[in-house]
Design a protein around this ligand. Structure first.
Ligand code: GLP
Length: 235
């Protein structure tokens, strides 16, 4: 794993936005894997700016989001659909049919997840996957204990995730207990991975780097990826 240290959140976001821009300039129909959460918000703002200035053209770009809460509809303001629309998709020149998100309202989670895997394959696989990390080492919603060979599936959320992400809901009780998520194997099959970490993730990043590769800390598997870069904000 390559490590790039940056001074602050602005620099972290700028760096990742530049990487996305460079990839799209090299491959206009880039297959891009995208995260949600607070970490990528500024990076999305910068991508919107670059798009408005004509520096990036998203018209051929294909996206796949990492995960979605199970039970939330696309227009629920807590859903990742809503988040992506608000922060990125509604503000750039991407084609609707090129955007892929898991349907949180699906009646058949397994069918929905299998279809997602198939769509990723049909797009030729993910070229560039942007990731952030949970305080418990989760990537997407692959919680500690997730099998390294897991594919896109329905999962139960960890207690810690419910506490951390519960802040976005009126009360933790309203937060779904389950989510649909790309699997560890799905993420690992991306050609290139960028892991973004803000300074509040210092502890889990240290654990990830120091520990052996273990399913108890899902992010440790990224150390085995041939082209993964951690970009970390240092105090
Ligand atoms: C959610 C997402 C994860 C993400 C995490 C980090 O749990 N499912 O993919 O890594 O948020 O969130 P934040 O960036 O807000 O710390």
């Amino acid at each position: 794993m390559q490590i790039i240290k940056v001074k602050n959140y602005q620099e972290l976001s700028q760096k990742v936005a530049e990487i996305v821009k460079n990839h799209i300039q090299l491959k206009s129909n880039l297959v891009l894997g995208l995260p949600t959460g607070s970490t990528p918000i500024l990076m999305y703002k910068l991508l919107v700016k670059m798009n408005k200035k004509g520096e990036i053209n998203f018209s051929q770009v294909i996206t796949f989001n990492l995960d979605e809460y199970f039970g939330l509809s696309a227009n629920n303001i807590q859903s990742y659909h809503y988040f992506m629309d608000k922060n990125l998709f509604s503000k750039i020149n991407i084609k609707k049919e090129n955007i892929h998100l898991l349907d949180g309202k699906t009646k058949n989670p397994q069918t929905e997840c299998d279809k997602y895997e198939q769509e990723i394959n049909e797009a030729g696989g993910i070229d560039l996957q942007i990731l952030s990390i949970g305080h418990n080492g989760h990537v997407a919603f692959n919680e500690p204990g997730s099998p390294f060979n897991s594919k896109t599936r329905l999962v139960n959320l960890d207690r810690e995730t419910k506490i951390n992400n519960g802040r976005y809901f009126d009360s933790a009780g309203k937060m779904p207990n389950q989510a649909l998520t790309m699997g560890i194997a799905t993420i690992m099959s991306a050609q290139e991975i960028i892991l973004m970490a803000t300074k509040n993730k210092k502890e889990i990043i240290e654990k990830t780097l120091k520990n052996m590769v273990t399913e108890q800390i899902p992010a440790t598997i990224l150390k085995q990826h041939p082209n993964c870069t951690l970009i970390i904000e240092q105090e």
